[in-house]
Design a protein around this ligand. Structure first.
Ligand SMILES: Nc1ncnc2c1ncn2[C@@H]1O[C@H](COP(=O)(O)OP(=O)(O)OP(=O)(O)O)[C@@H](O)[C@H]1O
Ligand SMILES: O=P(O)(O)O[C@H]1[C@H](O)[C@@H](O)[C@H](OP(=O)(O)O)[C@@H](OP(=O)(O)O)[C@H]1O
Ligand SMILES: [Mg+2]
Ligand SMILES: [Mg+2]
Length: 338
C-alpha cells in the first residue's frame, strides 16, 4: 500500500467527501489482460468505484521487462503462453511482497479439462447437504487412433450421449468448440486430444458459481435441454453446439420449475468453494455446476474457469473492490506482525 508513492506503514486514513468514502492510501493494481478481458472487466463502473477507494489500475507494458515496472501491490493477469508464465513466475520469486493473482502453475492446472476436475473427484463431497461429483469422462489422447474410440467407450462402460470437449483450454475459440455425440462411431470424425464426458440431463439450467476470494455468487444460465431415451434412439451423429451458457443473458429472472432452478444449498457451495480455493491454490475462478434432473441434491461440476467473465457477475464492482482492499490489508497486517 502506498502513500504518495512511498511504502506506507499500514496505517489507514479514511476521508469522507460527500457520499464518497476513500482512503488516502494508494493501492496499485498492475494488470495484464487481453483487450477483450480488459473491456469486460475494467468497466468504468468498477474502475470509478475502485479509484474512489484508493485503487489505481495500471496496464503492464508487455514490451518492457516486468521487473522494471511498478511498484505494484497486486498483479491481476490472464494471458496464455509459456513465455508469460515464466515472466510472472520470475516476478513472483523476486517480489514476494506483491500479491500475484494467481500463481501461473495453479492456473495451468485449469487449462486441461481432465486435471481441472480432479480435485472435485478427490474431494469426495458425498454427504454435505448434497452430493457433488463429476460426470464419468474419458480422455482420448492426441496419438489415439480415432477408429478405436467406440471400443474405448464401451470398455469404459460409458453411456450415450456424450459431450466431446477439446482437452486443452487455452483461451482460443477452438478450445470452446464442443460437440454432442449421439453414437460412439461418429466420434471418430473428431480430432483428439479430447475429453468425452457423459451428458447429464439437468433440465436445461446451469449454475455458474463465481468465486472471488471468500465471496461466492451464484447465477443461473440457460443450458442444453434434456435428451430423452426416445431422442437418443432416433438420432445418430455428432453435432456442434454453441456456447449456450456463456451468453450474458442470465436465467435468473426466468419463470422456471423450482425443482430445477432452486440454488444448490449454501453450505454445500461454501464447502466446495473453500476446498477448491485451497486445493487449486486460486482466488479467481468460477465453477459450472448442474443438478441431475429429477433429483434434489445430486450435483455435477462440469467445468472450472480461471478469471471468468466477472463483468457478468452481479455487483462485481463492490465485490472486487472489497476483495482487493482486503488483500492489501492482510498483507499490511502480516508485515506489521513480522
Ligand atoms: N457433462 C455435461 N452434461 C450436460 N451438459 C453439459 C455437460 N458438459 C457441458 N455441458 C453443456 O455445455 C456447456 C459448455 O460446456 P463447458 O462449460 O464444459 O465448456 P466451456 O467451453 O469450458 O465453457 P465456458 O464458456 O464456461 O468456459 C455447458 O455450459 C453446459 O451447457
Ligand atoms: O476466454 P477464456 O479463457 O476462454 O475464458 C472464458 C471462460 O471460459 C468463460 O467461462 C467466461 O464466461 P463466464 O463468466 O460466462 O463463465 C468467459 O468470459 P467472457 O465471456 O467475459 O469472455 C471467458 O473468461
Ligand atoms: Mg463452462
Ligand atoms: Mg470453460
Amino acid at each position: 500500500m502506498r502513500l504518495n508513492g512511498e511504502i506506507s506503514s499500514g496505517e489507514e486514513e479514511e476521508k469522507q467527501t460527500g457520499t464518497t468514502t476513500f482512503s488516502s492510501q494508494k493501492v496499485v493494481v498492475g494488470y495484464a489482460l487481453t483487450s477483450k478481458k480488459k473491456k469486460s472487466f475494467l468497466q468504468p463502473s468498477f474502475t470509478g468505484l475502485a479509484r474512489n477507494r484508493g485503487i489505481n489500475f495500471v496496464a503492464i507494458d508487455l514490451n518492457k521487462p516486468l521487473l522494471e515496472q511498478g511498484p505494484f501491490d497486486i498483479i491481476l493477469h490472464k494471458l496464455s503462453g509459456e513465455e508469460w508464465c515464466e515472466i510472472i513466475e520470475d516476478y513472483r520469486q523476486k517480489h514476494p511482497e506483491v500479491t500475484v493473482l494467481d500463481p501461473p502453475d495453479a492456473i495451468q492446472h485449469l487449462h486441461n479439462r481432465q486435471s481441472m476436475l480432479q480435485d472435485v473427484v478427490d474431494l469426495n463431497l458425498s454427504d454435505c447437504h448434497g452430493k457433488v461429483g463429476v460426470p464419468r469422462q474419458l480422455v482420448i489422447p492426441k496419438e489415439k487412433d480415432p477408429s478405436s474410440i467406440p471400443y474405448e467407450i464401451t470398455k469404459a462402460g460409458m453411456k450415450l450421449p456424450l459431450v466431446a470437449k477439446p482437452l486443452v483450454v487455452d483461451g482460443t475459440a477452438k478450445s470452446h468448440e464442443l460437440f454432442l455425440a449421439y453414437d460412439e462411431f461418429s466420434l471418430s470424425e473428431l480430432e483428439p486430444p479430447l475429453v468425452l464426458q457423459e451428458f447429464v440431463n439437468h433440465g436445461g439450467l446451469l449454475f455458474k458459481i463465481y468465486i472471488v476470494g471468500e465471496t461466492i455468487k451464484v447465477v443461473k444460465r440457460f443450458s442444453l435441454p434434456n435428451i430423452s431415451k426416445h431422442e437418443l434412439s432416433k438420432v445418430a451423429g455428432v453435432f456442434r453446439f454453441p456456447r449456450v451458457s456463456c451468453a450474458a443473458a442470465s436465467a435468473d429472472d426466468a419463470d422456471l420449475d423450482p425443482n430445477i432452478a432452486e440454488h444448490p444449498p449454501r453450505p454445500l457451495l461454501e464447502r466446495l468453494a473453500r476446498e477448491l480455493r485451497h486445493r487449486l491454490g486460486l482466488c479467481l475462478f468460477n465453477i459450472d455446476m448442474i443438478r441431475e434432473y429429477g433429483t434434489k441434491d445430486v450435483f455435477y461440476v462440469i467445468d472450472i474457469n480461471y478469471f471468468p467473465g466477472y463483468g457478468k457477475m452481479p455487483d462485481y464492482e463492490h465485490v472486487f473492490t472489497d476483495f482487493l482492499l482486503s488483500l492489501v490489508q492482510s498483507n499490511c497486517k502480516k508485515k506489521l506482525a513480522t
